[in-house]
Design a protein around this ligand. Sequence first.
Ligand code: ATP
Ligand code: MG
Length: 284
Amino acid sequence: MSGKGSRLRPPKGKPPRGAVRVVQKAAHREQDQAPRAEVAPATKATGEARRSIVTGRRPAALAWAQLTRPLATEDGIRLLFFGVTGSGKTTGIKDLLKYIVDNNLIDLVLIHDVKKPEKQYDGEVVHEARQILTTPPTTYPAVRVMRKRGLDHMPSVEDAARVTLEAGYDGHATMLVIDEFQRALTDGGKFESQSVRRIFCEGLGLHASVIAGKQLPQLVPTEATGQSSKIYFRESREGTNYLVDDKKMTKELADVVVALPTGSFIMMPEERDFDGFIYEVPAP
Ligand SMILES: Nc1ncnc2c1ncn2[C@@H]1O[C@H](COP(=O)(O)OP(=O)(O)OP(=O)(O)O)[C@@H](O)[C@H]1O
Ligand SMILES: [Mg+2]
C-alpha cells in the first residue's frame, strides 16, 4: 500500500494544507458568528397563530463551513444529500466541492459521475480510479471525475472507494463523491461496495471522506445514516413520511422539507437536530 500511495505524494513546493487551515479556522469562526438573516413568517393557516420552526435563511457556505470543520484536523467527513429529482443535490454538492477545493481542505477528490450522458462535475476525466495510481496528479488539490468509457462500461465504485481508503491511509486527505449512491448499494438497501461501507464506518480516522446523493431516504444502510450528517433538499411526502415514521424527523420539519424551493436545503449534522435555518445554494 505504501508503495502505491507514495506515488501520490504532493509534489515539492505544494503549500502544506496545515498552513492554509489556520486561516480557514478563523474564517469558520467569522462565518459562524454571522448575523441571522431575515426571520420567516411565523404563522400557519390553522386559524391559530403558530411560531414557525424556521428561524431564518442562510447562504449554503455557512453550512459548508460547519460540515467541513473536521477536515481541518485531518478527520474524514460523511455526508448524505437527499432530495427528489431536480431539487438541487448535484448543484449543492458542486458548490460544496468548490468550497473544499478553494479552501484547500482535501488533497484528492474522486467523483463517480455516471448518471447523465453529459459530465456534471468539473475535473479531469478518468475511467477507473486506479488510473490515479499509475498517473498521479502533478498538482493538488486534484479532482478526478470517473466517467463511462462506452456503452457497456461502468467505472467501479468499489475500486474508487478502495483507492480513497488507500490514499487516505497513506496520508492524503481524500474524498469520494458518489453522485448516485444507489451505485454502491444493493436493491435491498445494503452495501454492495464493502469499501464504501468502510469509509462510512472507519473513514473518520483514515483521512477518507464520502459524499453520497440519493433521491429517497428509504433503503439506506444504517451504517451510512447512523454516522453521517444529512442534507435534505426538497423531498416527496413518501420520503418524509418514512423519516417521520422512523422518528428521524418531526412532522413540522417534514412540512418544511416538502415545501423547499429548488436549491434550498436543511441540514441535520451528525448527532444533532435541525438548527432552524434553511440554507440556500447560489444559482449555478
Ligand atoms: N441553487 C440553485 N439555484 C437555482 N437553480 C438551481 C439551483 N440548484 C439547481 N438548480 C436548477 O435545477 C436543476 C436541477 O438541479 P440538480 O441537477 O442539482 O438536481 P438534482 O437534485 O441533482 O437532480 P437529480 O436527482 O435528477 O440528479 C439545475 O439544472 C438547475 O437549473
Ligand atoms: Mg443530481
